[in-house]
Design a protein around this ligand. Structure first.
Ligand code: NAD
Length: 356
């Protein structure tokens, strides 16, 4: 039996998590698995009750689980709160507390959605399929000191970008291992022409490369990479990059696959539990309207089956069911181009469940 903690969060989070549980229950029956779901509060939902985005209780629940399925947090209701109290601190706190240092974001374009991609067909090519591995617990988002200083006639804001050799090494090893099991190509993205952290990044990646002679490594500056993602996305197999660059590049890459509502992610660390979540936010503009695409969250659950529980066949069954739903023309509003029928969040969940 696997203990799965559900943290639906805010906005569309509860809607997409509900559909994902539906899918996991369908898979459970077919593969003789058993999931024990436990629900916790995170983000705005936790602030409303406990006054904090992530409580010790939720953290303990997560620590005692086999895997965490996270919806999304945030929304205008909590935008006025101070930085430490904002809903987004829940996900940053979980990553930090659980040591989840690597975020895997597969960029996979289902053939049925080729018209939903903003790029021309001849640029997007056939079978767009690459993976972004983003370092998740270092760099600008966590570096100290950070703050805003006000003196008599000056206001100064500052963040610190820092990386240790060890922080770079562990995510780099994971990237080489992953590339070895894929097409064997790794692109390390940095800004080594300007940043000291990037210079260290590049030298660590070169050190580790010596252990993986069968992986073809190349280095690319982040500004060029943002351009190459649009010019020739098919050139990539695995992209490895630091926290801030990865955050931005993966949102850019996400739209190549039709919609941000299609993209799952896995956050892995040195030991379990790992955390799985769609890459999008809480989408307050469509919350409660039945318009959210649940596929990113459902595919995140498929990643959980693969990376946390080792049941690759069950993960493949979910991916195939999603493929079939799209191929047969069922689409949520965000990917409506080419739809036979535009469906709601829960209808999409029902259709995928049926194909499972
Ligand atoms: P967002 O990802 O929530 O939404 C961006 C756009 O994409 C919106 O138009 C939205 O309707 C659409 N969209 C997102 N997910 C969708 C889905 N599944 N189906 C259909 N359309 C979808 O980003 P935002 O608007 O910048 O942020 C909204 C809130 O979410 C903010 O409070 C932000 O801080 C938070 N946020 C949370 C996370 C997280 O929980 N991991 C990540 C990013 C943003």
């Amino acid at each position: 039996m696997y203990k799965v903690v559900l943290l639906p969060g805010d906005g569309i989070g509860p809607e997409i998590i509900a559909e994902t549980v539906k899918i996991l229950k369908a898979v459970e029956k077919q593969f003789d698995l058993e999931f024990c779901f436990e629900e916790g509060l995170a983000g705005g939902a936790s602030i409303d009750i406990y006054g904090a985005p992530l409580t010790q209780e939720t953290l303990t629940l997560c620590r005692n689980s086999d895997a965490i399925l996270f919806g999304a947090v945030g929304g205008p209701k909590w935008d006025g709160l101070s930085k430490e109290l904002r809903p987004e601190q829940a996900i940053l706190g979980l990553r930090r507390s659980l040591g989840l240092y690597a975020n895997l974001r597969p960029m996979y374009l289902f053939n049925a959605l080729i018209d939903a991609s903003p790029l021309k067909k001849e640029i997007i090519g056939d079978n767009l399929d690459f993976l972004i591995i983003r370092e998740l617990t270092g760099g600008l988002y966590f570096g100290q000191p950070k703050g805003i200083e006000k003196t008599q006639n000056k206001i100064r804001a500052f963040d610190t970008m820092e990386y240790t050799y060890e922080e770079i090494e562990r995510v780099t090893r994971l990237a080489f291992e992953t590339a070895r099991r894929r097409k064997g190509c790794l692109t390390s993205v940095d800004k080594a022409n300007v940043l000291e952290t990037s210079r260290l990044w590049r030298s660590v990646v070169c050190d580790i490369a010596a252990d993986y002679p069968n992986v073809k490594l190349n280095h690319m500056y982040v500004d060029n990479c943002s351009m190459q993602l649009i010019l020739n996305p098919g050139q990539f197999d695995v992209i490895l990059t630091e926290n801030t660059f990865g955050d931005i590049l993966s949102d850019e890459a996400s739209v190549l696959t039709g919609s941000i509502g299609m993209l799952p992610s896995a956050s892995l660390g040195g030991s379990k539990p790992y955390l799985y979540e769609p890459i999008h936010g809480s989408a307050p503009d469509i919350a409660g309207k039945g318009k959210a695409n649940p596929i990113a969250c459902i595919l995140s659950a498929a990643m959980m089956l693969k990376y946390s529980f080792g049941v690759k066949e069950a993960a493949a069954v979910i991916t195939n069911a999603v493929q079939k739903a799209l191929y047969n023309g069922f689409r949520t509003a965000d990917i409506a181009i080419g739809a036979k029928e535009v469906v709601t969040t829960s209808q999409m969940g029902d259709i995928i469940e049926k194909y499972i």
